[in-house]
Design a protein around this ligand. Structure first.
Ligand SMILES: Cc1cc2nc3c(=O)[nH]c(=O)nc-3n(C[C@H](O)[C@H](O)[C@H](O)COP(=O)(O)O)c2cc1C
Length: 198
């Protein structure tokens, strides 16, 4: 067995990111205090609770940036709102474009030529082409060392009819993309069924 020293940050990151796979991707839209529409992907993302409905994304520290935070994290903390858009395969390239570091004042929506749609309950817009979007109000902002965990309570949900059957989300119709490590991703179209005991 190879032992990894957990204090060696680079090899630990590589091991965590490569072993905790596939990770779902939160494509987070948010608004800066100046009103710039921000959009960025976060694969440290998951559901935390269904009652109340809470999701989370975890931005790594950005020393040197205002508040030591990424724009998405700072916007969510300052405005109390964000939207998680789900990334499907046709949107993967645009999602990747939005991970670029842009000059302040430039929106990733424009950078990646993405249409936005007004949200129902929160001010940040959602990605028009996203088949699933969760509008969130900040539930809690937890500092984890120099990283953070941003918890959002889902206050509105949008589903494109193309991913539904009888008005409900049908996982067989949603080609969500998963993050592996480095520049590798996976598709979720290779599904199989397994019955649970009892
Ligand atoms: C697929 C993908 C997943 C990412 N996941 C994370 C993540 O979980 N945490 C993080 O801090 N950065 C992550 N990043 C990097 C951020 O998206 C990138 O630094 C971006 O510029 C942050 O934008 P913001 O400052 O507008 O929030 C990811 C990038 C990609 C392409």
């Amino acid at each position: 067995m190879v032992r990894i020293d957990p204090t060696e940050r680079d090899s630990l990151y590589r091991t965590l990111a490569g072993a905790v796979v596939p990770r779902p991707i939160a494509w987070v839209s948010s608004l800066s205090s100046e009103g710039v529409e921000n959009l960025a992907p976060y694969s440290f993302f998951n559901v935390v609770s269904t009652s109340p409905p809470v999701v989370m994304f975890a931005p790594a520290d950005r020393s040197g940036r205002p508040d030591g935070l990424s724009d998405s994290a700072r916007n969510a903390r300052r405005t109390g709102e964000f939207v998680v858009n789900i990334v499907t395969e046709p949107l993967a390239a645009a999602m990747n474009e939005t991970s670029a570091t842009l000059p302040p004042g430039e929106s990733e929506f424009d950078h990646a030529a993405l249409d936005r749609v007004a949200s129902a309950e929160v001010r940040p817009p959602r990605v028009a082409a996203a088949e699933v979007a969760f509008e969130c109000e900040l539930h809690e902002f937890i500092e984890v060392g120099s990283n953070a965990m941003v918890l959002g309570e889902v206050v509105s949900v949008h589903l494109d009819e193309s991913v539904t059957t009888d008005g409900k989300l049908d996982v067989r119709k949603l080609d969500a993309v998963g993050r592996l490590a480095g520049n590798y991703y996976c598709r979720t179209g290779d599904r199989f069924r397994m019955e649970r005991p009892d």
